[in-house]
Design a protein around this ligand. Sequence first.
Ligand code: UDP
Length: 474
Amino acid sequence: MQSTKPHFALLATPGMGHLIPFLELANRLVTHLTAKVTVFVVSGDHASISNSKLLKSPHPDLLDVVLLPPVDISNLPSDASVTLKVVVMMLESLPFVRSEIANMEFRPTALVVDMFGTDALGIADEFNMLKFTFIASNAWFFSVILYSSFIDRKEITEEHMKNHKPLKIPGCKSVEFQDTLEVFEMDPNDPLFEPYFELGVRMASTDGILVNSWDELEPITLKALKEDKKVPIYPIGPIVRPIDQQPGLGHDRVLNWLDKQPNGSVIYVSFGSGGTLSAQHVIELAWGLDHSQQRFVWVVRPPTENDASGSFFTAGNGSDGTPDYVPDGFFTRTQDRGLVVPMWAPQVEVLSHPSIGGFLTHGGWNSVMESIVNGVPMIAWPLYAEQKMNAAMLTEEIGASIRAKAAEVVGREEIESMVRRILVDKEGEPIRNRVKELKNSATKALSKGGCSSNSLSQVGEICIQHLKTKAYGA
Ligand code: UDP
């Protein structure tokens, strides 16, 4: 007998910044639609992820998390980019995804992929499933991917990439060259350059785009995308992992320390799951925090040169070591007001703590969403991927952050002044107030009858209709 409940198959890409929002989307599909969900996880760090509690299903009756077998990418050159490694891992995992789906008794109604998973869309066609793309980022970023496939290519390669003119996106804010995507700084002969332009066409061929944003956060871009009708848009955000309710998870050191600090007094400093700074930047940051005289929690990683995503595949691994790459005397001078956490912190729990008053972030979209739902104003210090666009949007359009000046090195004086501005100076007050408004707007969007909640219900309806059609057509 056919089930009347939809079954979603989600394909999660390597990297914590991809896996975390996919797992939370799965959670939402279960709690909001009472759907069945299977998440296929492609991992770049099999050994540690297979023991991670992230993969334990919170709803074992409805939500399955399937870690796909590891794939061998040892034939790639050792200096291959993170993006190339992810692309190859996704391609190599396709036969496993296909065979898992083919062997399922209750075949999925819909396949949900992200921008790295579009090669799997053929599997959905083969098994008569609906197809959705989940953009675990914002609508403005999606609009650039989409229109890149449809506008005159010369606008990008000549005007934007060569002449550094703003990239005009129909109905949306233009992208200044200084904020552009990593792909537009690439050599056009790079094997990843050409395939980028197919993404928009592939995504436009799906049944809809689920985007981690909401109407009040990006009204202009979402209106333009909806009116353009290339593909249905479902803003369902903010999709943010809830705080961990289980006690004793090794988080206690940071949270206990935060318990002793005054409300709104601490800046949290972290560059996402994989971000790393150069040695010089680590030193400037240490001095900036020191001179600011403000309280801080700093997630520190060993510095890397010329690779801002140096920890991408080892993210989530904790360490108890004391970092030796900060300036001499730093720990002694700041011990009364600062906490350094090597490698990884329980970020959602930290950001939801009342002592946190600001977040110095690389501007990865999950971090941004986690900051906004907790009403925490940001300092954006973008490193890679679409983070410069995020920083521009947050600072110039949304008013939720200040931004480090684009320079070779972000100096200690600037860091000191930004930290003071976001935490205590009067100048930062409009930003602090704006983020509180956004927090309320996010709560409204997700509540019953709110725009994001309604969007997700629509996706559920489409899947139920598809199930019915399949049942009658069979
Ligand atoms: N994260 C965390 N602890 C850390 C660093 C990151 O829990 O020390 C989580 C963070 O809460 C977020 C994700 O990892 O959910 C990072 O995603 P984001 O989009 O911000 O950045 P990315 O890692 O993709 O660059």
